[in-house]
Ligand binder design. Structure first.
Ligand code: HEM
Length: 165
């Protein structure tokens, strides 16, 4: 069976960039997770009150979710339903579609903080595309659930504005 990378929202070259940068941060998982939340709350302090789990534990969960995502087979159709469900749970805990842009900002800053020049524009763009696809799927879950997203134009949040890239 040939691989079907075209079903994944990232072309193989972009996937390779994502994987390469991820392999560099895996040994620094704890630092990565803590930096991600420090950056997220720096950008959007109002989000702090949504979190009831300690940030160390929460950071590890998100790290593991990202790890599963970058290590997943190149078959988006297999991954998407889980992301839609995860999105629905996020809607229940009060996350809004617009919060994904803040998370994307925080994630890019975290990579820059840790990798410095080893996080050049093509790698950042590849992550931006992956996060875009993840967020679309998660926001779909929120929309299915109703209220949390009803006043929000999903497509608008998907064109991540340049200052958030
Ligand atoms: C790349 C996108 C994201 C991924 C992969 C992700 C992943 C996760 C995971 C794996 C959990 C554990 C709980 C569960 O399985 O239901 C979680 C919980 C949570 N996430 Fe996310 N998340 C993402 C985006 C966001 C965004 C944008 C926010 C906005 C603030 C957010 C806020 C939360 C909150 C509040 C919880 C519950 C924390 C608690 O238990 O106290 N997440 N997330």
């Amino acid at each position: 069976m040939p691989e079907t990378p075209d079903r994944f929202p990232l072309p193989p070259e972009a996937r390779a960039l994502v994987l390469g940068s991820w392999q560099r941060v895996v040994p620094l998982a704890d630092v990565f997770a803590l930096t991600l939340y420090r950056r997220l709350f720096e950008r959007a302090p109002h989000l702090r009150e949504l979190f009831h789990t300690d940030i160390g534990t929460q950071g590890r969960r998100v790290f593991e979710a990202l790890d599963a995502l970058v290590g997943a087979p190149a078959d988006w159709a297999a991954i998407e339903p889980g992301l839609v469900k995860l999105g629905r749970r996020h809607g229940y805990v009060g996350v809004k579609p617009q919060d994904f842009a803040d998370l994307a900002w925080a994630l890019h800053r975290t990579f820059e903080d840790i990798l410095g020049e080893a996080y050049p524009a093509p790698v950042r763009d590849a992550w931006g595309r992956l996060l875009g696809a993840v967020s679309v799927a998660m926001i779909r879950g929120m929309e299915e659930m109703g209220d949390a997203a009803k006043d929000c134009d999903t497509a608008r949040f998907f064109r991540t504005p340049p200052e958030l890239r």
